[in-house]
Design a protein around this ligand. Structure first.
Ligand code: 5GP
Ligand code: MN
Length: 343
C-alpha cells in the first residue's frame, strides 16, 4: 500500500494550503494520462478551486469527449499561458510519468519551478530525485487507479461522482486493454465497481472512446492491414509501418493509428508486434508482446525508449526503411536471447 496515512495527510495539507495547483502528464497523451489528469482535477476542485491542467501536447480526438477536457491547456497551443502557470504554481502533480524527460518541451519549465512536486505513476524506475513526494506503484494497472486510491485513502469517496469517475474509468479501461492485460488486478474490478456505483455510465465511456471512428480512420486501418502488414513466422513477429505520405493519403489525425500494433499482435502464432510511424522525419515505434517477452528491453537497448514489459515504445532518427532494417536485423538475436519466452 503506497498511500500510507502520513503521506496522504501530508499531501492533503499541501492541497489545502496551495495557492496555485498544476496537474501535468506526459507527452503524447493516452487514455490514462488524460483520464488521471481530469479525474484528479475534478476531485481537487472540490478541495481547492485553484487548480489548472497543463500538458505538453494535445490528445488524440478519441479522448476529447471526456468531461472537462477543455480545461487542459497544452504547451503547443497555449505557450504563454502554460509558462505563466508554471511560474505561479506552488504545487505540481506529475501524473503517469516517471521522470521529467517524459514531458518533452515542458521539461525546462518543470525544472525551473520551485513548486512542491508530487508523482502518481506506475512506470518502472521512477526518478527519485525529481519529486518531493512519490506515489509510485509499478504493479498498478494505471495512474487513474492510483488517483482513485488516493481519494479513497483520503476518506473522500463521498466526493466521488460521475464527473470525477468517468475519466478515471476511461483511464483504467484504456491502460488495461479493456481489463485484458495481466496488470488488471482483483482490486481493479473492485475499484471499477465502486466507480459505477458512484454514477459512471460505463457503456457511454466505451462507446465514446472506441465507437466513434472517422471513415478516414477505418480506411487507413484497412489499408494498413491489407497492404502494410508483414509477418515473420520464423520469429513469431508481425509489424506494420506507415509513412507520412500514407498518413496524408488517409487524412490521418492524431490517434488514428492507435491500436494497429495490437491487431498485428492478435495474429495466431504471433508473440511480438511492432508498429512504425513516420512523424516529422522521426520514426516512432510501438512494441507489444505476449507472455513475458520484454519489449521494454528491446525499446531501451536499441530504440532510445522504454516502457512496460508488454507495451513499450521508442524512436529511430532516420528513414523508415532504415528503421525497419534495424529492427529486422536485431530480431534473430532478440528472439534467440528470449528463446524460451517465444515458445
Ligand atoms: P505507445 O506504443 O502506446 O506509444 O507506448 C506504450 C508504452 O511505451 C507507453 O505507455 C510508455 O510507457 C512507453 N513508451 C512509449 N514511447 C516511449 C519512449 O519514447 N520512451 C520511453 N521511455 N517509454 C516510451
Ligand atoms: Mn498509464
Amino acid at each position: 500500500m503506497i498511500f500510507t496515512n502520513d503521506k496522504v495527510k501530508q499531501l492533503q495539507h499541501w492541497i489545502a494550503d496551495a495557492k496555485h495547483i498544476l496537474v501535468t502528464a506526459h507527452k503524447s497523451p493516452d487514455g490514462d494520462s488524460i483520464g488521471s489528469s481530469l479525474g484528479l482535477f475534478h476531485y481537487l476542485k472540490k478541495k481547492n478551486p485553484n487548480v489548472w491542467i497543463c500538458h505538453p501536447d494535445v490528445a488524440p480526438n478519441f479522448l476529447h469527449w471526456m468531461p472537462g477536457f477543455d480545461n487542459i491547456l497544452n504547451l503547443d497551443d497555449h505557450n504563454s499561458e502554460v509558462k505563466k502557470h508554471f511560474e505561479e504554481a506552488d504545487l505540481i502533480f506529475c501524473l503517469d510519468y516517471n521522470s521529467s524527460a517524459r514531458i518533452g518541451q515542458m521539461e525546462p519549465l518543470m525544472n525551473a519551478s520551485t513548486a512542491k512536486k508530487v508523482m502518481f505513476d506506475h512506470h518502472r524506475d521512477p526518478d527519485e530525485k525529481f519529486c518531493d513526494l512519490m506515489f509510485s506503484d509499478i504493479s498498478s494497472c494505471s495512474t487513474s487507479q492510483l488517483v482513485f486510491e488516493f481519494i479513497e485513502a483520503s476518506n473522500d469517496l463521498n466526493l466521488l461522482d460521475e464527473i470525477i469517475g468517468t475519466p478515471l474509468y476511461t483511464g483504467i479501461v484504456t491502460d488495461t486493454g479493456s481489463f485484458r492485460f495481466s496488470s488488471t488486478q482483483p482490486k481493479t474490478h473492485h475499484i471499477v465497481a465502486s466507480l459505477i456505483e458512484h454514477g459512471v455510465k460505463h457503456w457511454e465511456a466505451h462507446e465514446n472512446t472506441f465507437d466513434d471512428n472517422s471513415l478516414d480512420r477505418i480506411k487507413l486501418v484497412s489499408y494498413a492491414l491489407l497492404e502494410k502488414l508483414e509477418v515473420k513466422p520464423e520469429f513469431k513477429t508481425a509489424f506494420i509501418a506507415i509513412n507520412e505520405a500514407e498518413q496524408k493519403r488517409f487524412n490521418a489525425k492524431k490517434g488514428d493509428t492507435e491500436g494497429l500494433v495490437n491487431q498485428a499482435l492478435g495474429i495466431e502464432g504471433v508473440r511480438m508486434a511492432a508498429f512504425f510511424k513516420e512523424d516529422d522525419g522521426i520514426i516512432k515505434i510501438s512494441f507489444r508482446s505476449k507472455g513475458s517477452i520484454p519489449v521494454n528491453d528491446l525499446a531501451r537497448n536499441y530504440f532510445q525508449g522504454g516502457g512496460h514489459l508488454n507495451a513499450s515504445g521508442g524512436k529511430f532518427v532516420g528513414k523508415m526503411d532504415d528503421a525497419i532494417q534495424k529492427f529486422v536485423t536485431i530480431l534473430p538475436k532478440f528472439v534467440q536471447e528470449n528463446k524460451a519466452l517465444f515458445e
